[in-house]
Design a protein around this ligand. Structure first.
Ligand code: ATP
Length: 198
């Protein structure tokens, strides 16, 4: 149905959520006039868990909740946690489309994710269901819109930060400056995450 709600889905591990995530989500929301962008916290990021331990999903979700509180239109989404098991984006999109009748889903991804899309679960189906919004990621080659997808490239200049770098700094007791919003830092301390002091 044309004229339905325009929703953004921005999936991630958010281990932890950082300013890059928030700026990307907000910039894409504004650029594409999306009503909301859902920050979808992966329950079990099946490609990442193979590489090493991931912080429990409830902790990662709590951080996204406090992080988005001051950002209108950015909404934490715990759908993949509630579903349990490995998190496949295609299942999440199917659920959202079934619940929000007539909505259009834009899937937001950083340029570093584009080369991995072909490895995603049921990629042909996902391609049929969404439009991709690709944003530049500092350190990754500029991403052309991948072929076979409905896609737009959204010009955003996000900060050069990754969760990996944030974790490394926190574990080393180094400052993270404003790369992690203060409410998220409080959540990290309160939950004793990343070997920080309580
Ligand atoms: P990690 O370092 O643990 O791999 P990450 O910082 O890449 O984590 P994710 O939660 O894995 O964060 O990423 C979720 C999404 O956010 C991905 O689409 C990724 O490309 C995008 N993203 C993360 N950081 C940035 C950034 N600084 N600029 C642009 N996109 C980003």
């Amino acid at each position: 149905m044309p004229g339905g709600t325009r929703l953004g889905l921005f999936g991630g591990t958010f281990d932890p959520v950082h300013r890059g995530h928030l700026e990307v989500a907000q910039a894409v929301r504004r650029a594409l006039a999306l009503e909301r962008v859902l920050l979808v916290v992966a329950n079990e990021p099946w490609q990442k868990v193979a590489r090493g331990p991931v912080t429990p999903a409830e902790d990662r979700f709590a951080m996204v909740e406090v992080a988005t509180a001051g950002w209108p239109g950015l909404v934490p989404c715990r759908r993949e946690i509630d579903r349990g098991g490995p998190s496949y984006t295609v299942d999440t999109v199917e659920e959202v489309l079934a619940e929000e009748h007539g909505c259009e889903v834009t899937l937001v991804v950083g340029a570093d994710v584009v080369p991995e899309l072909s490895t995603w679960h049921d990629e042909p189906r996902l391609r049929e269901l969404v439009t991709l919004a690709v944003v530049d990621r500092p350190g990754s080659p500029l991403a052309p819109a991948p072929s076979g997808w409905r896609a737009v490239v959204v010009p955003v200049a996000p900060p050069d930060v990754s969760s990996t770098e944030v974790r490394a700094r926190l574990e080393a007791g180094e400052p993270v400056g404003d790369l992690v919003p203060e409410p998220v830092m409080r959540c990290i301390r309160a939950r004793g995450l990343y070997a920080t002091e309580r």
